[in-house]
Ligand binder design. Structure first.
Ligand SMILES: *[C@@H]1O[C@H](CO)[C@@H](O)[C@H](O)[C@H]1NC(C)=O
Ligand SMILES: *[C@@H]1O[C@H](CO)[C@@H](O)[C@H](O)[C@H]1NC(C)=O
Ligand SMILES: *[C@@H]1O[C@H](CO)[C@@H](O)[C@H](O)[C@H]1NC(C)=O
Ligand SMILES: *[C@@H]1O[C@H](CO)[C@@H](O)[C@H](O)[C@H]1NC(C)=O
Ligand SMILES: *[C@@H]1O[C@H](CO)[C@@H](O)[C@H](O)[C@H]1NC(C)=O
Length: 340
């Protein structure tokens, strides 16, 4: 059972080995295991399991410096240490790296060329460090880039240039004031988290394939009229804990089909914005809403075209149950959960 699991792991991580039903798979798998037994260098402060010779585990060891990384490595785990510097030479000959886990360290200095030669790098976790800048020359091959919980104030327009495969970009809990240009061209981006920053405006040039957009806990006062017009997959938007007012929300800004969840709680709204009938979760608690406008959810003309809302939170506003008109039961017929 353990051997089977191991080979499955090897099979998953080496697509080139093929399928276990293919005899060549076993030849290749055995050969790769023999290679392990002959060793392969490993820095004393880390573990390099012979059964998985392309991974190096150095997490949780009070490291203050980057260890030497043998060139055969594809996966390195360096999280939860006290590393402060990633020098240009950090990855040296280990240019086949696919994952680098460096989160929860104290990195404040990254060499301009440190990551430049890692043409296969797909995951880079640098969250929970002391960086004030996005590292320069990040590989275009990245798919998952985590820079959250640092002290980044600026995102240069070319920071993520050419990253056609980037699907996850985490920038939350930094000190970013604006994002202009940097997101353009991120054709595969699905999740963007810029919450907990100092944004006054929605980032410019949001990529078309976005599925989740998290902007909560910033200082956004207004959203552009057409900022949601060009998306085909966007389903989750969170802009809670900002400074949104009615004036900052153009009439149909959130009336776009496809959205499933919209969180506008903890803002300064006095009216319920118009939303699409396809929306399922709407969070508006802790605003200053004074009126229950059924037209925000349903066309008053065609009451048969009812809203798909399931959850509507309006608690912490200036209305109560008596303000809900009786026709609401037709329009909001799926909303088992109207919280006032
Ligand atoms: C990198 O590889 C070259 C050639 O294989 C070797 O001479 C050099 O010592 C290696 N450098 C490091 C830092 O391992
Ligand atoms: C990193 O930031 C923490 C918290 O702000 C601070 O205590 C620590 O001294 C910093 N370390 C370095 C190496 O900059
Ligand atoms: C994106 O992924 C594809 C398929 O895996 C690969 O061929 C291509 O080189 C990658 N693009 C970049 C910029 O690395
Ligand atoms: C919301 O958008 C739909 C589709 O574009 C449109 O038919 C409808 O009139 C809009 N609702 C309001 C209240 O403007
Ligand atoms: C229902 O109303 C929405 C806008 O609120 C509109 O986009 C959609 O076309 C309408 N559907 C039908 C079947 O009338």
């Amino acid at each position: 059972m353990r051997l089977a699991a191991l080979l499955l792991l090897l099979g998953l991580l080496h697509p080139s080995l093929g399928h276990p039903r293919d005899p060549l798979f076993w030849v290749a798998a055995l050969r790769s295991m023999q290679a392990d037994n002959t060793g392969g260098e490993c820095p004393a402060e880390c573990d390099c399991p012979p059964t998985f010779p392309i991974a190096m585990y150095c997490d949780n060891r009070n490291l203050k410096k980057m260890p030497y990384i043998p060139s055969r490595m594809k996966y390195v785990y360096l999280q939860h240490n006290q590393i402060t510097t990633v020098p240009d030479s950090a990855f040296g000959n280990a240019t086949n790296l696919i994952w680098i886990m460096l989160h929860e360290n104290q990195i404040n200095t990254v060499g301009k060329k440190a990551f430049a030669n890692l043409m296969s790098l797909e995951r880079l976790y640098l969250n929970g460090n002391n960086m004030t800048k996005v590292p320069a020359n990040l590989p275009r091959s990245l798919r998952d880039l985590r820079l959250s919980n640092n002290k980044i104030a600026k995102v240069p327009p070319n920071a993520f240039e050419g990253m056609n495969n980037l699907t996850i970009l985490l920038l939350q809990n930094n000190a970013i004031q604006e994002v202009v240009g940097a997101l353009k061209g991120l054709k595969s981006l699905i999740l963007l988290d810029v919450s907990g920053n100092k944004l006054k405006k929605v980032p410019e040039g949001l990529p078309d394939m976005l599925h989740q957009l998290y902007l909560e806990s910033n200082s956004i006062e207004a959203v552009p009229a057409d900022f949601l017009d060009h998306f085909s997959n966007l389903q989750y938007i969170r802009i809670s804990h900002n400074e949104l007012t009615d004036k900052g929300i153009p009439p149909n800004a959130f009336n776009v089909s496809g959205l499933i969840e919209l969180d506008l709680s903890f803002n300064k709204l006095e009216r319920i914005p118009t939303v699409s009938t396809s929306l399922e979760h709407l969070y508006l608690q802790a605003n200053q809403i004074k009126e229950f406008t059924l037209g925000s959810f349903c066309s008053v003309v065609d009451i048969t075209n009812f809203s798909k809302l399931k959850v509507l939170r309006l608690d912490g506003n200036e209305i109560n149950r008596r303000d809900v008109p009786s026709e609401a039961s037709l329009c909001l017929r799926l909303a088992s959960d109207i919280i006032l």
